[in-house]
Design a protein around this ligand. Structure first.
Ligand code: LLP
Length: 404
């Protein structure tokens, strides 16, 4: 399945660029694969809204019965406004402000994922003032290496997230001292873009140890929240349209020690949305140099900062040249017109217009000879792209274009 054919490329070329192109068919297909795989084990999936809070995306995700994992008061507010059931909203974050905690208490959300002993006391005080009891899961830093980029690793002792294992006695004391807190379970999140299932196996072992610890200390663990982090294939967006949800959930089914009455929860972000969008831009200028050729786009780090921040790889295609011709499902005249445009392959540094040297999507990208006005697609831009956009250089916000 490919997102692009001559028909939709023609439609796309009518829009001012840059824009995010959302293929809602791909999103639907991904959500079906995920829910089919999780439902067979009765697992609960929350969508990590931070990956993408585009309203059309949120509406479709909610329609599959998925909950919301939020990391700010505004995300909690948006989840409720978009119709996510409050019983399916969880709130994590290492620095929740009093205002955000109060907002979540007023919304009667399902659970706070608590990241420090001090936070427990603050939630208790704020809940007490409202005569409420807050459900909490303790976010434990399991010291499991996610083997992903160090900027998106969260579960090591050196990371700021969660409560370290050596602090658990303090947690137990605090839980006993906080009458307006109801302990319901334990929460983990070890990092993002994880593709090695062995990592999740190690996480399961650690979760089993931790739930035993809490039960040995007199706490009933109802919820095992394993966090998110399942990766996608940034190199082959067309052949691996969605992640291997079957294998992912199976690891937890096999290795997690789920006791009667316990629920297993997940917080997937990227794996649900990454492949459903591409960032589209026209080529503004082509600079042919002696050492380098530059393809200067009108999209930049303001629309997709992942390559600049995490050295992330995204497939880059020239839709106006060979890519469209070679992948086209169309036949006849249109295809031959595009094929006629096929030309020599050149190496380009594909860059944006922002006044920063780091504003480069990738160096030495092999593309058909490209020209001003060509339509370029940067793939797998559904997660952590639009949400991380900025108006640096006073740029306009990129528009959204939808497949339906
Ligand atoms: N749960 C918690 C507590 C999280 O912090 C995150 C992501 C998730 C779930 C969802 O993780 P996912 O399934 O999407 O991997 N901007 C970076 C990724 C940052 C992830 C932050 N936390 C990137 O573009 O790669």
């Amino acid at each position: 399945m490919t997102m692009f054919n001559n028909t939709n490329i023609k439609k796309l070329s009518q829009h001012e660029t840059p824009f995010y192109y959302y293929d809602l068919g791909v999103l639907r297909q991904t959500l079906e694969a995920c829910t089919n795989a999780s439902n067979q084990y009765g697992f609960h999936v929350h969508y990590a809204m931070k990956a993408n809070f585009n309203p059309r995306v949120l509406d479709m995700i909610r329609s599959y019965g998925i909950g919301a994992d939020c990391v700010s008061g505004n995300e909690v507010k948006a989840a409720i406004e978009h119709g996510f059931a409050k019983e399916k909203v969880v709130f994590a974050g290492v620095g929740k402000s009093d205002k955000e905690i109060n907002l979540a208490l007023d919304a009667d959300i399902f659970c706070f994922n608590v990241e420090s002993v001090q936070e427990l006391h603050i939630i208790n005080d704020l809940a007490k003032a409202k005569n409420k009891t807050a459900n909490v899961a303790i976010r434990i830093n399991p010291n499991v290496d996610a083997h992903t980029h160090h900027f998106i690793t969260t579960g090591l002792d050196e990371n700021k997230f969660g409560i370290n294992i050596w602090q658990l006695n303090d947690v137990a004391d605090a839980l006993r001292a906080c009458p307006n807190i109801q302990f319901i379970g334990i929460h983990f999140h070890i990092g993002s873009q994880i593709t090695d299932m062995e990592v999740y196996k190690s996480l399961c072992t650690r979760i089993n140890e931790m739930q035993d610890w809490f039960e040995d200390h007199g706490f009933q663990v109802k919820i095992l929240n394993t966090g998110g982090g399942l990766g996608v294939d940034y190199y082959n967006p067309d052949t691996n349209t969605f992640s291997d949800f079957e294998s992912y959930f199976k690891v937890f089914k096999q290795f997690l020690n789920v006791k009667p009455g316990q629920e297993v929860h997940f917080e997937l972000g990227r794996a649900l949305v990454a492949q459903c969008a591409s960032l589209i831009s026209r080529v503004l200028y082509v600079k042919n140099g002696q050492k380098k050729n530059f393809l200067i786009l009108y999209a930049g780090m303001t629309e997709l900062i992942r390559p600049m921040l995490y050295q992330a790889y995204h497939v880059i295609e020239n839709l106006s040249r060979e890519e469209a011709g070679s992948k086209s499902q169309e036949s006849g005249q249109e295809k031959s017109q595009i094929s006629n445009l096929k030309s020599q392959i050149l190496n380009y540094d594909v860059v944006g217009p922002i006044c920063e040297s780091t504003d480069c999507f990738r160096k030495d990208v092999e593309l058909s000879e490209s020209f001003r006005g060509d339509l370029i697609a940067i793939r797998t831009a559904g997660a952590y792209a639009e949400v991380m956009s900025s108006n640096y250089n006073l740029r306009d916000k990129a528009q959204n274009v939808y497949s339906e």
